[in-house]
Design a protein around this ligand. Structure first.
Ligand SMILES: [Fe+2]
Ligand SMILES: [Fe+2]
Length: 182
């Protein structure tokens, strides 16, 4: 019994240590991007019920873990994953707002190249992350990882957003029912 508790505590401490270690490496790899003035503005852009900054970080962190486990080029892939949605709504004119879904990977790549060094693999990761919607094929294993991770994260975020919205509406409804009956 004691052994189990001890083992449990040691395992948890190890997980915390590893996550802090990985986080540290994650921030070291992406420090310049996370401190970039334009990139910080993504924190004011709504995306899947959270901010585009939060979404991009979530995709990048998952990419970091998966690519590292698969012995892929996780540093380059993580940076590209962080930049995959690097656009502001103001980058699109009102007439072009409808094209955001298909055109934002190109705009994200233009922005990424403007501020950072981007190699061919990273360019493909950014351009192909909406595959198959915009017809650009992922050419690298890292591109496939990001396109799958982006979709998984988007589904999770949208589901979570809708679930919390439903709970809020339900709570307002219950509150109104209680106060009306008084
Ligand atoms: Fe996107
Ligand atoms: Fe995305």
């Amino acid at each position: 019994m004691r052994y189990n508790i001890f083992y449990d505590i040691m395992t948890k401490l190890w997980v915390i240590y590893m996550s802090l270690k990985n986080n540290d490496e994650f921030f070291k790899i992406n420090q310049d991007i996370l401190n970039n003035e334009k990139f910080r503005k993504l924190d004011c852009e709504l995306h899947h019920g959270i901010t585009r900054f939060g979404h991009s970080q979530r995709v990048a962190k998952c990419t970091f873990r998966i690519c590292k486990k698969l012995h892929l080029d996780y540093e380059k892939a993580t940076r590209a994953a962080l930049l995959h949605d690097f656009y502001l709504d103001e980058d699109f004119t009102i007439e072009k707002q409808r094209q955001i879904l298909s055109a934002h990977p190109n705009v994200a790549l233009i922005n990424a190249k403007h501020y950072f060094e981007i190699n061919d693999m990273q360019a493909n990761i950014i351009k192909a992350h909406m595959f198959p919607l915009n017809g650009v094929l992922p050419k690298y294993k890292e591109s496939w990882v990001v396109t799958f991770v982006d979709k998984g994260v988007a589904l999770y975020e949208m589901y979570r957003f809708k679930a919390s919205l439903a709970i809020n509406v339900l709570m307002i409804f219950v509150f109104n029912m209680i106060t009306l009956n008084r």
